[in-house]
Write a protein that binds this ligand. Structure first.
Ligand code: BG6
Length: 481
């Protein structure tokens, strides 16, 4: 019999990242992270890639929305209570590396930073909410970029290892679900957030991005090894940005281009982290970016570490799909979740141009589950939109409900296809600062936070219409959507 229901232990929840909501960016010994030095606004990636960009915080020139976030640092109890009220079974959040190792290269951790996460985890467990922790979500200590040049430097493996061991040792007894690097593959197009590479750190040379990936693969595999030593039933996954990528038409030229784009963007990092070795197309892929595999520093021990420590599951974000056409240069290009492509005439797009495609999620789930034969976990999904609260602060966000409903339908479809799906954590379950644009006005949450793009507002939390809706979804285990 084909199951059409969500499994009883399905992990319904929501997802956030430290740098986008905590604020308190210098509290209790926290060091600066790269996110703290990213100017707010739609041009943030252009600004950091100017040749003279030096990572100095210049508040006269730019705003820095991540400094305040939504001040979750001081409101986490209230926020987690709201998640519990929605019925969350799990809560995905990240630990800010720079709270634990403020400069990244110290030999002992900042105890006060750890005490903050002691409390966050305790608060989740009080409500029987399973924490799902990302070790690194676009928030490496800034010093590791300015002093060491980001992840292209092999020394970062050691620094990350020290950090990962500290938090895994402390929290593994209470926390079963983990992830290594958020959207590790996003560096193909935007290497600043994941790898700490901007033009001044050599981002334009693709060899640096592949070396950075290799160093992250090894660091991630070491974390997997250590995590399993701490707790046998612990599950630690990779985290991929997955934008289902179609050929624009049946022209074989476009079909091959889509296949190559899938290898480059959607598959390469997962292939290494899940299968534990570099895939057969590695050399040709690298060559297409002007990189010679033999120029990378990859040791025999590294390859053994990768082979011995594949991840346990595939966590991925899914917001949109993409289409590839190399035969018609006049087709309109689209923006997206750090991906490129052409406009798909069958799809509508969000106000930020991200093409909405729930069926693409069902396809993604099938592709990933078939390719790796390991459980999959949708750890981000959602619609960034401008909300308009009424006089009572209610946001009637039917557009968000519509988006999420159609994607939950796609999850159900994938389960009936046979996909082994662990859970679903929609992104930004409480409004937070956008990663790609640094805006507060690009909102994803079930909970409205009264702050604007300039950080002005009361900071108060209000339930949106989608709050009650998601509560019903969870209470009915996905039967009432
Ligand atoms: C993913 C990231 O790319 O998408 C999140 O993991 C991010 O950090 C989310 O916030 C939505 O993107 P954005 O740019 O709308 O915030």
């Amino acid at each position: 019999m084909i199951p059409t229901k969500f499994p009883d232990n399905f992990l319904w929840g929501g997802a956030t990242a430290a740098n986008q909501l905590e604020g308190a960016y210098q509290t209790a010994g926290k060091g600066l992270s790269i996110a703290d030095a990213l100017p707010g606004g739609q041009d943030r990636f252009k600004i950091v890639n100017q040749p003279d960009f030096n990572w100095q915080i210049d508040s006269n020139k730019y705003s820095y929305p991540n400094h305040r976030g939504i001040d979750h640092y001081h409101h986490f109890k209230e926020d987690i209570a709201l998640f519990a009220e929605m019925g969350f079974k799990c809560y995905r959040f990240s630990i800010a590396w720079s709270r634990i190792f403020p400069q990244g290269d110290e030999t002992s951790p900042n105890e006060k930073g750890l005490q903050f996460y002691d409390q966050v985890i305790a608060e989740c467990l009080r409500y029987q909410i399973e924490p799902v922790i990302t070790l690194s979500h676009y928030e490496m200590p800034l010093n590791l970029v300015t002093k060491y040049g980001g992840w292209k430097n092999r020394q970062l493996i050691e620094f990350f290892d020290r950090y990962a061991r500290v938090v895994l040792q402390r929290y593994a007894p209470q926390v079963k679900y983990w992830m290594t690097f958020n959207e590790i593959n996003s560096a193909l197009n935007i290497p600043v957030m994941g790898q700490g590479l901007v033009a001044a750190q050599g981002a334009d040379a693709m060899v640096n991005r592949y070396q950075a990936w290799h160093n992250q693969f090894v660091a991630g595999a070491q974390a997997v090894a250590y995590a399993h030593q701490q707790r046998r039933d612990l599950m630690i996954g990779c985290m991929l940005l997955y934008a289902t990528t179609y050929a624009y038409d049946a022209n074989p030229v476009n079909q091959l281009a889509a296949l190559k784009e899938n290898q480059a963007m959607n598959q390469f990092c997962g292939d290494v982290q899940v299968r534990g070795h570099y895939p057969s197309y590695t050399r040709s892929l690298m060559q297409s970016y002007g990189v010679n595999y033999d120029d990378l520093e990859i040791t025999a021990t590294d390859l053994q570490t990768l082979a011995a420590n594949p991840v346990d599951y595939i966590g991925f974000s899914y917001y949109m799909s993409s289409a590839i056409n190399v035969t018609d240069p006049d087709l309109a290009k689209v923006n997206g979740n750090l991906v490129h492509g052409v406009a798909n005439p069958f799809l509508e797009a969000s106000a930020w141009g991200w093409q909405i495609d729930p069926m693409g999620l069902r396809i993604a789930l099938n592709e990933l589950n078939d390719r790796y034969e390991k459980p999959v976990f949708v750890v981000e999904n959602g619609l960034g939109a401008v909300d308009h609260p009424d006089a009572q602060h209610l946001v009637q966000d039917d557009y968000r409900i519509k988006y999420l409903r159609s994607h939950i339908e796609a999850l159900r479809g994938a389960i009936s296809d046979g996909v082994n799906l662990m859970g679903y954590t929609p992104w930004g379950c409480i409004d937070l600062v956008s990663a790609s644009t640094g805006q507060m006005s690009k909102r994803y949450g079930f909970i409205y936070v009264d702050l604007d793009d300039q950080g002005q507002g009361s900071g108060r939390r209000y339930k949106k219409a989608s709050f009650d809706w998601y509560q019903r979804v969870i209470a009915s285990n996905g039967a009432e959507i």
